[in-house]
Structures are given as structure tokens and as C-alpha cells.
Ligand binder design. Structure first.
Ligand SMILES: NC(=O)c1ccc[n+]([C@@H]2O[C@H](COP(=O)([O-])OP(=O)(O)OC[C@H]3O[C@@H](n4cnc5c(N)ncnc54)[C@H](OP(=O)(O)O)[C@@H]3O)[C@@H](O)[C@H]2O)c1
Length: 255
């Protein structure tokens, strides 16, 4: 019960890594706000978590690319729970492989809005509540922010921007007791990962290739990343801020 009575907002909380975070926080007694676009999936996860407990979950419809929707969802979560202790800026998208020549600037702009401006705006909108609880922010960046990735310049740029924001904001908010950290997942078995594989001629062997990259010979689960988020959200990590936690199962070792 490491999050009993405390409230967390998870953007993109209905599937994948965000779902894993919601499951972990709810299992620890947390009050969980699931923000996502798809109503059916969000509502069904919230209902399942309320039955399982011991925490409680609500679904709030929100497209994080729309700052007005993000602000009103954050305000609604705070009104419902009476507090916000952690914001997990997780919603994000990886477009199919595209060369820089093929990348349309309109698509780059919309990806920046979705992956990065949403993170920046989420921090801004949640701050009045986090100041009251001396809360924490967790930004879901990616290992490719550090490593780069072929034909993914737009995506990697947004993930790098999240990382720089994390470090800068950690400096700005440190004296107020608000900690800001980033998780850099490597390969996680999520709908996004499976959607990517489905764009390739042989999805199953592509997934097997990705699994083999980790020293454990498998990808992470959403809940494994959720447990890192819980660590960053609690006093167990009270001396960590501005850090990039590389959750990559050893994939970058032994080159
Ligand atoms: N999977 C990996 O291997 C991996 C590795 C490194 C980093 N990451 C990062 O981890 C985060 C989550 O990835 P994932 O693999 O879990 O993705 P996913 O399986 O596609 O799940 C994405 C979640 O975000 C929601 N979402 C998508 N667009 C949204 C929007 N505009 N507004 C609000 N919610 C939105 C989705 O629900 P709706 O579609 O219903 O809105 C869903 O709940 C992303 O930021 C990604 O870049 C993933």
C-alpha cells in the first residue's frame, strides 16, 4: 500500500506502459486518473481496477494534443480526488519509419504537439496541485533519446526534448520539493510495439528480433515500467531528481 490515499494522473493510461502504471499504482492503494482518447478501453480498465482495488480509478477522456482538453482533465482529476501527488506524462506515439527527406514538417509539428508540448503543458497545468503536495512528475521518454534510431528523427527529437525538459524543470522546482524524473524504456511489449511490427512483412520474426536485443531475451512488460514509475513517485527515491532511468534490460550493453 505504498500509494494509499495519494492521487496519480497517467496520460495514455488505458493501454501499454500507461496501463501498466495504472495497475501498479492502484494495487498500491492509489487514486488513479486514466487519461486517453478511447472511451471504451479507458472506462473498462477503470471499472476493472475499481473492482480489483484496493485503490480506485476513473477514466477521463482527453486528447493530450489539445491543451484545453489536457487542462480540463487535470482539473477534473484534482476535483475528483481532492489532490494530485504525481503526474505521469506517458501518452506518445512512434510513427512508422520515415527518412528525413520524407518527413513532412506538418507531421513533425503534430508529433511535437503530441509527444512534447503535451508533456510541457501537463507539467504546467498540474503544478498548482503538485505544489500543495510536494508531488512528483515522471516523463516517459525513451532510450532512443540517448541512442538515436534509424529513420526516426522526428520521434527521437521529441523524446530528447522531454529529457531536457525533465532536467531543467528539476532544477527549477527542486527548492519547492517537487521532483521531476524521466524513464527511458527500451523495448516494451505494448500495442504500440505490435502496431509497429504489423507494418513489417513478417511481424512475428520482427518481434522475436526485438526481444533478443535485451540480455534477458525478452521485452519489458508495461507493469515493469509501472513499478519504476511507482519508485520515482514515492519517497523511496527522495534524493533523485532530473534523472533519466534507463529501463532497457541491458540492451545497450556488450556492443
Ligand atoms: N513500447 C515501447 O517499447 C516504448 C519504448 C520507449 C518509449 N515508449 C514511450 O512510452 C509511451 C507509451 O507507449 P506505449 O508503447 O505504451 O504506447 P501504446 O501501446 O500505443 O499506448 C498508448 C496509450 O496512450 C493513449 N494515447 C495515444 N494517443 C493519445 C492522445 N493523443 N491523447 C491521449 N492519450 C493518447 C492510448 O489510448 P488512446 O489511443 O485511446 O488515446 C493508449 O492508452 C510513449 O510515450 C512511448 O513513446 C514506448
Amino acid at each position: 500500500m505504498r500509494y494509499q490515499g495519494k492521487a496519480v494522473i497517467v496520460t495514455g493510461g488505458s493501454k501499454g506502459i500507461g496501463e501498466g502504471c495504472c495497475r501498479v499504482f492502484c494495487a498500491e492503494g492509489g487514486l488513479v486518473a486514466i487519461l486517453a482518447r478511447g472511451k471504451a478501453t479507458g472506462e473498462s480498465l477503470a471499472a476493472e481496477l475499481c473492482i480489483k482495488g484496493p485503490g480506485r480509478a476513473i477514466y477521463l477522456p482527453c486528447d493530450v494534443s489539445r491543451p484545453d482538453q489536457l487542462k480540463s482533465a487535470i482539473d477534473r482529476a484534482a476535483a475528483e480526488f481532492g489532490r494530485i501527488d504525481c503526474l505521469i506524462n506517458n501518452a506518445g506515439w512512434h510513427p512508422p519509419a520515415t527518412t528525413i527527406d520524407q518527413t513532412r514538417l506538418e507531421d513533425l509539428e503534430s508529433l511535437i504537439r503530441m509527444n512534447f508540448i503535451s508533456t510541457f503543458a501537463g507539467c504546467q497545468y498540474a503544478l498548482p496541485y503538485l505544489r500543495k503536495t510536494r508531488g512528483t512528475i515522471v516523463n516517459m521518454s525513451s532510450m532512443v533519446a540517448l541512442l538515436g534510431q534509424e529513420h526516426s528523427t522526428a520521434y527521437c527529437s521529441t523524446k530528447g526534448a522531454q529529457l531536457s525538459l525533465t532536467k531543467s524543470l528539476a532544477v527549477e522546482l527542486g527548492r519547492e520539493g517537487i521532483r521531476v524524473n524521466a524513464i527511458l524504456p527500451g523495448n516494451v511489449d505494448t500495442p504500440l510495439m505490435r502496431d509497429w511490427a504489423a507494418t513489417l512483412p513478417d511481424p512475428q520474426s520482427a518481434l522475436a528480433r526485438v526481444a533478443a536485443l535485451q540480455v534477458f531475451g525478452r521485452m519489458a512488460t508495461g507493469e515493469e515500467i509501472g513499478r519504476i514509475a511507482l519508485f520515482l513517485a514515492t519517497d523511496d527515491s527522495s534524493f533523485l531528481t532530473g534523472q533519466a532511468i534507463e529501463a532497457e534490460g541491458g540492451a545497450s550493453l556488450d556492443y
